[in-house]
Design a protein around this ligand. Structure first.
Ligand SMILES: Cc1cc2nc3c(=O)[nH]c(=O)nc-3n(C[C@H](O)[C@H](O)[C@H](O)COP(=O)(O)O)c2cc1C
Length: 107
């Protein structure tokens, strides 16, 4: 969860940086992307508002295996999200990565 929040923050920082560059670089068309991960919908709402204000495209980062309510139980130290948060080397497979990997196998 901590990693996801950090990743989202980094993406937002890059997006906002792109927004600020837009004011100074008038000759080059800039596109802004808000990429977000949201298991429960909270972050999705914020990302949608941000994209609307910034006139940005919106992209959802999805895990290959969706998180269940039990996976997200942060009071349970053995839940999937708790275990992933404790493991610095844990990076859940993303839906996009899995799709790309399946495509590579097929071609
Ligand atoms: C592993 C994990 C740890 C969490 N830790 C906290 C916490 O310490 N304090 C808190 O208020 N909420 C905590 N939450 C709840 C999330 O902040 C909350 O569900 C938030 O709405 C998630 O939004 P999202 O699913 O859109 O990312 C935690 C959730 C998870 C999955």
């Amino acid at each position: 969860m901590k990693k996801i929040v950090m990743m989202l923050t980094a993406v937002l920082a890059i997006s906002l940086s792109a927004c600020s560059q837009k004011k100074t670089e008038t000759t080059m068309e800039q596109k802004v992307l808000v990429a977000y991960f949201s298991a429960s919908g909270t972050t999705r709402g914020v990302a949608q508002q941000l994209a609307e204000v910034a006139g940005a495209d919106l992209h959802e980062i999805k895990p290959e295996q969706p998180y269940t309510d039990a996976d997200l139980d942060w009071n349970d130290k053995q839940s999937r999200s708790s275990v992933e948060m404790q493991d610095k080397h844990s990076f859940p497979l993303l839906h996009q990565e899995a799709a790309a990997s399946r495509k590579r196998v097929l071609t």
